[in-house]
Design a protein around this ligand. Structure first.
Ligand code: PMP
Length: 361
């Protein structure tokens, strides 16, 4: 077996220990003689697993009791629409902070259900920086304020939680959830597609203050109503049992690694190593993001001459470094450094980059 260092933006690398355990347990989970994928979601075996996964997530993030944890489907994209359906009433407005592609999409999808006020945007700056909090044009009457804590494509990340007063703060944390400790009490709702820091795609984890669940007043099918999912322990219909299981294994792995403080330190070291290699390359490699807004999770970079891109990708692939091609919107390269990417992977990348620059000077 040969495993590569995987820098994919998502679906992304999973912890090898998690994959190995899933492999060992694939045919016979927990001695029950069947795969976890073959069990009823309503049976004791699976509900035990589901409860444990939620408890481990609550412990990792110190989630207060007045927040519900939901294991949902539809990808973050579905919730771009479902969040306004649930948190805003007819005629309400909501504030959106747009600092990249995903925030733009969230705002655009919300327009069918709420009056969207773009309270701040860094589009004019090509999303190279973050709109400063004191320039946000917030409406105190807004149903909520939505922002993207880490923009996966542009590689910009908020390093502080913005203060927005009494209006509930809603965060798309798809690409940086569980990368560091978080004060959940500052948020009304947090959601994340699983396929970066949690598990496989097809699962969305949501953490929502319970009082907000009562807001959904407009007519909608039960399946769209978060309060129904909460009241039914996320088993209103058949959940993604395989995704939930792998998420649970990832939560256990995170606890074994020392929890989120340990992950934060490891993630900071990894990102610093790569940014230093870029910044100290004498312009051979470039990351144009405002220093205060650089993401620890997604590091886009360009080569000084894009005629070298194809060689960089071909040679990095041959050296066992997977998925460094940048998003098509930006071109160049991107290395995603989620929790499951070990420091050794970043060391290998940095060594390759130095070697490549020396050979293709
Ligand atoms: N938000 C962010 C920050 C993302 O990175 C992504 C996917 N890369 C999405 C939303 C969309 O997620 P999904 O494909 O699960 O709908």
């Amino acid at each position: 077996m040969s495993r590569v260092w995987n820098f994919s933006a998502g679906p992304a690398a999973l912890p090898q220990a998690v994959l190995e355990r899933a492999q060992r347990e694939l045919l016979d989970w927990n001695g029950c003689g069947a795969s976890v994928m073959e069990l009823s979601h309503r049976g004791k075996l699976f509900t035990g697993l589901a409860t444990q996964a939620e408890a481990d997530l609550r412990e990792l993030l110190a989630i207060p009791a007045d927040y519900a944890v939901l294991f949902l489907q539809g990808g973050a994209t579905q919730h771009f629409a479902q969040i306004p359906m649930n948190l805003a009433g007819e005629g309400d407005s909501a504030d959106y902070i747009v600092n990249g592609h995903w925030g733009e999409k969230a705002a655009s999808e919300a327009t069918s259900y709420v009056r969207v006020n773009v309270a701040a945007s860094s589009k004019a700056d090509h999303y190279l920086s973050l709109p400063a909090r004191d320039h946000w044009q917030l409406d105190p009457g807004a149903a909520y304020v939505h922002y993207t804590s880490n923009e996966t494509i542009h590689g910009v990340e908020y390093h502080d939680i913005p203060s927005v007063g009494e209006v509930p703060l809603v965060a798309d944390m798809s690409s940086n959830i569980l990368s560091e400790p978080l004060d959940i009490s500052r948020f009304g709702l947090i959601y994340a597609g699983a396929q970066k820091n949690i598990g496989p795609s097809g699962l969305v984890v949501m953490i929502v203050r319970r009082d907000l669940l009562q807001r959904a007043a407009r007519p909608m099918a039960r399946i769209f109503r978060y309060a129904e999912h909460a009241a039914n322990d996320s088993m209103l219909n058949t959940p993604n049992t395989w995704g939930w299981y792998l998420a649970g294994l990832t939560f256990q792995w995170l606890k074994q690694q020392g929890g989120l403080s340990a992950m934060a330190a490891r993630n900071r070291t990894k990102a610093e190593l790569l940014y230093r290699a870029i910044d100290e390359s004498g312009g051979y490699y470039r990351n144009p993001i405002d220093l205060a807004a650089r993401s620890r999770m997604n590091v886009p970079f360009t080569l000084h001459d894009n005629a070298l891109d194809a060689a960089f990708l071909q040679e990095s692939g041959a050296a066992g470094l997977l998925a460094l091609k940048g998003h098509k919107a930006l071109g160049g390269m991107r290395a995603s450094l989620y929790n499951a990417v070990p420091p050794e992977a970043v060391e290998a990348l940095v060594a390759f980059m130095r070697d490549f620059a020396a050979r293709h000077g």
